[in-house]
Design a protein around this ligand. Structure first.
Ligand code: SF4
Length: 257
């Protein structure tokens, strides 16, 4: 954490949404914030810091995913599968949960996460799915939608979230509503209505019990397009909200590809 702190300006300006650079460094260390979310990291020495930052972050992600993997070894997978909407099976006396994350199937076993019968090396897939499994969401979904800013842990960087996720969709599909609808279909979204007035509303199951709702307002003569992403009010009972923010950004990255 000190090594990360040393790469920050130390001015405690608060622009990242954290009260101090130390608080920001702590969140980077636990893989909850990205180094480049401090606007001054980039400006100082863009290339070298970016490279170092990528190395530091990769190491952090690996460490966090290993810690969570250890924790999942002690989880009762049968009980967890019921709670998180996964399919449980007993394979040769060992429990396995099959579940989809963003339409891709994974298997959680007591010895790790598997993708196509191969141990998954992608740290973020492991972090998100292990966290989802260990939390065993213990409250029902409400059906009420909230933006990420609703959750205190994500409120501090809702601006970064808007820039990294919602704005990317509105910029890409600005006045191309048909293009957006067709991309939603490709990503197996379900057109939804009734909650909010928007030109198009679509829901996606990022994880079996983690729905996301996309509201899109197409550009007109006066305004450019806008997009808002919502999750269930109880989403934080199923997944750490910082990891959920990452999952949404990841989804958007694929969505606008
Ligand atoms: S934006 Fe950067 S310099 Fe400002 S408090 Fe956050 S980490 Fe420190």
């Amino acid at each position: 954490m000190i090594e990360i702190y040393k790469k920050l300006p130390g001015t405690n300006c608060g622009e990242c949404g954290e009260a101090t650079c130390m608080a920001f460094a702590l969140k980077v260390q636990s893989a909850q914030r990205k180094m480049l979310e401090c606007p001054y990291v980039k400006q100082e020495n863009e290339e070298s810091i970016e490279q170092e930052s990528v190395v530091t972050m990769e190491n952090n992600y690996k460490r966090v995913s290993k810690e969570l993997e250890e924790e999942v070894k002690g989880v009762d997978l049968k009980e967890a599968a019921d709670a998180i909407g996964g399919n449980y099976e007993n394979r040769d006396g060992r429990g396995v949960i099959r579940l989809n994350m963003m339409n891709k199937e994974y298997e959680v076993r007591n010895d790790g996460l598997f993708d196509n019968d191969t141990y998954c090396e992608h740290s973020w897939s492991k972090i998100i799915i292990y966290d989802y499994v260990r939390m065993k969401g213990n409250v029902p979904l409400t059906g009420n939608w909230v933006s990420m800013g609703h959750f205190p842990d994500a409120a501090s960087h809702s601006k970064a979230f808007q820039k990294n996720a919602e704005d990317k969709i509105s910029e890409k599909f600005n006045s191309d509503l048909n293009g957006l609808v067709s991309r939603c279909n490709e990503m197996e979204g379900t057109e939804t209505s009734g909650k909010l007035k928007a030109d198009y509303v679509c829901s996606f199951n990022l994880l079996p019990r983690v729905p996301m709702y996309m509201c899109f307002w197409e550009a007109d003569d006066e305004y450019s397009a806008s997009c808002k992403l919502y999750v269930d009010r109880n989403a934080d009972a199923y997944i750490d909200i910082e990891y959920l923010a990452y999952l949404l950004e990841w989804f958007v990255k694929i969505f606008v590809e």
